[in-house]
Design a protein around this ligand. Structure first.
Ligand SMILES: [Zn+2]
Length: 179
């Protein structure tokens, strides 16, 4: 995995670049939570499910289908209160989908672990992207506060945070020019 902070940075950037009123603070927070949610699957290690299983780490919760299903579900929950029109519904849904699916994409850019099961349950194959600059994050806190953890943060700042910051500033400038 990449660290949960970097997953959140990507979701936040996506949310801030969508120039729609429907991306409210609660929706933004939901997107950030969804960007971290797939790693809840680390509990499967504790109950003896092997990493390579479709139900294991980087398995079903990192799939495109999971991202689609959970984003529709959460959008429907918001819709019950907000009564979105079709455009707002689609926008919120798209943002929540991007937030969730971005998790697997970042993981597929890391140097370690098994690949990501993007197409589970249709295919159990695991994938990495051809370009994998992000050092894999240690699992567990005691490993995180180590030289490995510091190297991971450095690589995430370089390959995730800075590109997101550049995207954010460039996107904001473009939006300003168009208004
Ligand atoms: Zn993950």
């Amino acid at each position: 995995m990449a660290t949960i902070i970097s997953h959140a940075v990507v979701a936040l950037t996506a949310g801030k670049l969508i120039p729609q009123k429907c991306i409210t603070t609660p929706v933004l927070v939901a997107g950030i939570i969804l960007s971290m949610l797939p790693d809840a699957d680390v509990i499967t290690f504790g109950i003896g499910i092997p990493y390579e299983s479709p139900m294991g780490h980087r398995g079903i919760t990192h799939s495109i289908l999971f991202a689609f299903a959970i984003s529709v579900l959460i959008t429907l929950l918001f819709h019950r209160k907000q009564r979105y029109d079709i455009q707002a519904f689609a926008t919120v849904n798209l943002f929540l989908f991007i937030s969730t699916v971005s998790h697997g994409i970042l993981d597929a850019m890391t140097t370690g672990g098994l690949g990501v099961g993007f197409f589970i349950p249709f295919s159990d194959q695991r994938f990495f992207l051809p370009y994998r600059p992000v050092l894999v994050s240690p699992i567990g806190f005691e490993n995180f506060f180590s030289s490995w953890g510091i190297a991971v943060i450095k690589s995430e700042i370089k390959y995730i945070w800075i590109p997101c910051a550049i995207l954010f500033v460039a996107g904001r400038l473009m939006l300003k020019r168009n208004t």
